[in-house]
Write a protein that binds this ligand. Structure first.
Ligand code: ZN
Length: 388
């Protein structure tokens, strides 16, 4: 099946070092981008007239807490993952199946993560790609549990510090072992909102703890009860972890401090953007779009750079080459524009002003999944789809 997007205005690539591409046409075959030349379209089963709008890769949320199905226990909310596709997100990364009931020890933590991993390999709400199965570390977790998770195919360790294992030194031994296996290790920073079987022990994780545990990601460095300014500066320093993450469910001042510190040292390639959905703050279908608008309007980040951080960079931190526009890549794309009635004239101008762009279409694996977002304001222009 071929899909052809015509009459494109601007292409954001999702690549930090090359964030904008000049192209009028994108040709997709069998779910992957095959090129930017009309001549490649032999059957053109579906044709989308983009009417000069912006095309960008689908966004990646690097911090969600899935459970089972498209259900968020924390907010008793159904269908939240499908709704995130209306907010331009096409891929989410688990930071741990924290809210699944029944996690009391290492064995149940492994089983819950394995269940989520296997379920979400084929369960795709609204087409959403869910990287689930992020095992949490408990007080009786040992190296063998991590090896077992890895052998089952799981590649993420959920936020260290959320499970009942609170000792930074032992957590560090397990974190380093998982990273040596090639797994991505989240680590909770600041105060915990969901202490699970660990109770009230060690309620605040500091920069010292991060340096002891050596995770891949200092997760939500701006969580609501956050790190001190000094700790944020240390994490953003040259010897900090590979990635520092900001989330929508967090403080704005500390979020901007993270971004400014990374900008100062030309290290935006370390920044990740998540939502922490679902939290007590809610399920945030537009959370990634909101954070892109925040950092582009309040810090010195260009819209195409903000989009690249929240798409290709997020995928790559978890070993995926997705969410980038290029030949051979998965065709997970969004068509975006300034909102109808906005004083801005394009999606990038809207982002620079801190507005939500309107999502005119979301395409996953070359299939149109959303035509007219039910969550953003209406895009000023409307895609014309033929042959679908
Ligand atoms: Zn979290």
């Amino acid at each position: 099946m071929q899909l052809v997007l015509h009459n494109i205005g601007t292409v954001l690539t999702g690549k930090l070092d090359d964030p904008v591409l000049a192209a009028d046409t994108i040709v997709v075959d069998d779910g992957r981008i095959v090129g930017f030349d009309d001549g490649l379209a032999t059957t053109a089963d579906t044709v989308i007239d983009c009417k000069g709008m912006t095309i960008a890769p689908g966004l990646v949320d690097t911090h969600v807490h899935p459970t089972a199905g498209d259900y968020a226990h924390k907010q008793q909310s159904v269908g939240y993952l499908e709704r995130m596709t209306h907010g331009a997100v096409t891929r989410v990364m688990s930071a741990g199946e924290v809210h699944t009931p029944g996690r009391v020890n290492a064995r149940s933590a492994l089983a819950i993560a394995a269940g989520a991993y296997h379920s979400f390999r084929t369960f795709r709400p609204g087409g959403m790609k869910v990287h689930a199965g992020a095992m949490l570390l408990e007080s009786d977790t040992d190296i063998g549990h991590i090896d077992e998770a890895h052998e089952l195919g799981m590649r993420i360790i959920g936020e260290v510090g959320i499970g009942s294992l609170k000792d930074p030194v032992r957590s560090g031994e397990l974190s380093r072992h998982a990273r040596e296996l090639g797994m991505t290790v989240h680590m909770h920073c600041g105060c915990t909102s969901d202490r699970g079987p660990g109770g009230d022990a060690h309620p605040h994780f500091t920069a010292d703890d991060v340096f002891t545990i050596e995770p891949s990601i200092a997760s939500h460095a701006n969580t609501f009860a956050s790190l001190s300014d000094e700790d944020i500066d240390r994490l953003c320093g040259a010897d900090g972890p590979p990635h520092v993450e900001i989330v929508q469910a967090g403080g704005t001042r500390s979020m901007l401090r993270v971004v400014e510190r990374l900008c100062e040292t030309d290290s935006l390639d370390r920044l990740l953007i998540g939502t922490d959905t679902p939290t007590g703050y809610g399920v945030t279908s537009l959370g990634i779009l909101k954070t892109i608008g925040d950092i582009c309007s309040l810090a010195d980040v260009a819209p195409e750079t903000g989009w690249a951080i929240a798409s290709g960079q997020g995928a790559r931190a978890f070993g995926s080459d997705g969410n980038v526009i290029g030949v051979g890549r998965e065709a997970d794309l969004v068509v975006i524009d300034a909102s109808l009635g906005s004083v801005e004239d394009s999606a990038t101008e809207a982002i620079a002003a801190g507005e939500f762009p309107g999502v005119a279409a979301t395409i996953i694996d070359g299939e149109v999944r959303v035509a007219g977002s039910l969550c953003t304001l209406r895009a000023r222009r409307v895609v014309a789809i033929s042959g679908a």
